[in-house]
Design a protein around this ligand. Structure first.
Ligand SMILES: Nc1ncnc2c1ncn2[C@@H]1O[C@H](COP(=O)(O)OP(=O)(O)OP(=O)(O)O)[C@@H](O)[C@H]1O
Length: 345
């Protein structure tokens, strides 16, 4: 199901939560909306669901307007399902009942699915890998199983648009990684369009076809995970997604003059958009550490953290903290002075 957000703004009283949002989502795409707390991602998702309406602009689903400033098609009249952060399961209903519920009451449930309800419940239990738990109640399930039930309930009627609001945030770190694979599999099986809200860049990079990075109510950049990670176009995207170190100064062609120093750095992948704002961005994995004598840019090792295959260093570069990731073979001591070299990547 294609979805278009056209020139949308949203105000809550005097507070403007969304500015000039334009986004075209193609049928079957997995879109992650990524941004820090309060940037407006849930508001945008709730607008797609029909729980909020725009202050100005239009939302279109399959080329038909479903909301603008003057009207909004209510959630139950959109072929859309939503998965929430806190599972939102009903304590008195079994797993099978949760899956039956939308099949009974959702007006978009196809007649064949309603007619063959027990078959569909069995199929969904299989998809979410809870074949043996149909008669279990929520309190008898683990966190991961509960989230699988809420995913099962959401896909039961084969909705064309699945909206997910931080669905993994209530789970522990290991389970979150496992559930990423389950959600990817669900996307492959159902072919549904998914809009997935998260503040976790790892989730967005791992699962999405395209990522929409938001900050303070505005879209900063839309692109594939590789675009967003390797070719950030704003300082916010560079720091929020790829944890880049930002150097200030000015560009002369492909040479960057670091402010307040005589150091000149060669371009190793800074986008034109970042160049236009006088910024040089270097991800932690784009910095090599060398002997001090080999580079003009030198810094002192502040901390070193062992992370298995690599060390994570923080360095003091004239008062600025620089983050660097090096392979486990590059060992430097806290207090040591090192040279910094930018490498492409
Ligand atoms: N009903 C409302 N009334 C007033 N302000 C609201 C309302 N809903 C959201 N806001 C404000 O709009 C801004 C965006 O909220 P939103 O929930 O969309 O952010 P978010 O990016 O999803 O954040 P989080 O990750 O913390 O949920 C916030 O400053 C929030 O306080």
């Amino acid at each position: 199901m294609s979805t278009n957000v056209v020139d949308v703004t949203k105000k809550f009283g005097d507070f403007q939560a969304l500015y000039d949002i334009n986004l075209a989502i193609e049928d079957g795409e997995f879109i992650a909306i990524l941004g820090p707390s309060g940037c407006g991602k849930t508001t945008l998702l709730r607008m797609l669901a029909g729980f909020e309406s725009p202050t100005s602009g239009t939302i279109e689903i399959n080329n038909t307007a479903v909301a603008d400033a003057s009207f909004s098609v209510p959630p139950e009249k959109r072929d859309v399902s939503m998965v929430f952060q806190g599972f939102a399961l009903w304590p008195h209903m079994t797993v099978a009942d949760h899956i039956k519920f939308p099949l009974r009451y959702d007006q978009f449930a196809a007649y064949e699915l309603k007619q063959n309800m027990s078959q569909r419940v069995g199929d969904v239990l299989e998809i979410i890998n809870l074949q043996d738990k149909g008669e279990a109640y929520p309190h008898e399930l683990s966190g991961g199983q509960k989230q699988r039930v809420s995913l099962g309930r959401a896909i039961a009627t084969e909705p064309q648009l699945l909206l997910m609001d931080e669905p993994l945030s209530a789970l522990d770190a290991e389970l979150r990684i496992e559930m990423r694979r389950e959600i990817q599999r669900l996307h492959q099986i159902t072919g549904a369009t998914i809009v997935y809200v998260t503040h976790d860049q790892g989730e967005a990079l791992a699962m999405a076809d395209r990522i929409v990075v938001m900050n303070k109510g505005r879209i900063e950049q839309v692109g594939t995970p590789e675009d967003i990670f390797y070719r950030p176009e704003t300082e916010f995207v560079a720091t929020f997604v790829s944890k880049a170190n930002i150097f200030r100064g000015w560009w002369e062609g492909d040479a960057f003059h670091v402010a307040d120093s005589s150091v000149v750095l060669a371009n190793v992948g800074t986008t034109d958009a970042l160049k236009a704002s006088g910024i040089y961005a270097l991800r932690p994995d784009q910095i090599e550490l060398t002997d001090v004598a080999l580079n003009d840019l030198t810094a002192e090792v502040l901390t070193r953290q062992f992370q298995g295959k690599e060390y994570h260093y923080s360095l003091n570069l004239n008062g600025q903290t620089i983050l660097v990731q090096r392979p486990f073979t590059d060992v430097y001591e806290v207090g040591e002075r090192v040279g910094l070299r930018a490498v492409a990547g």
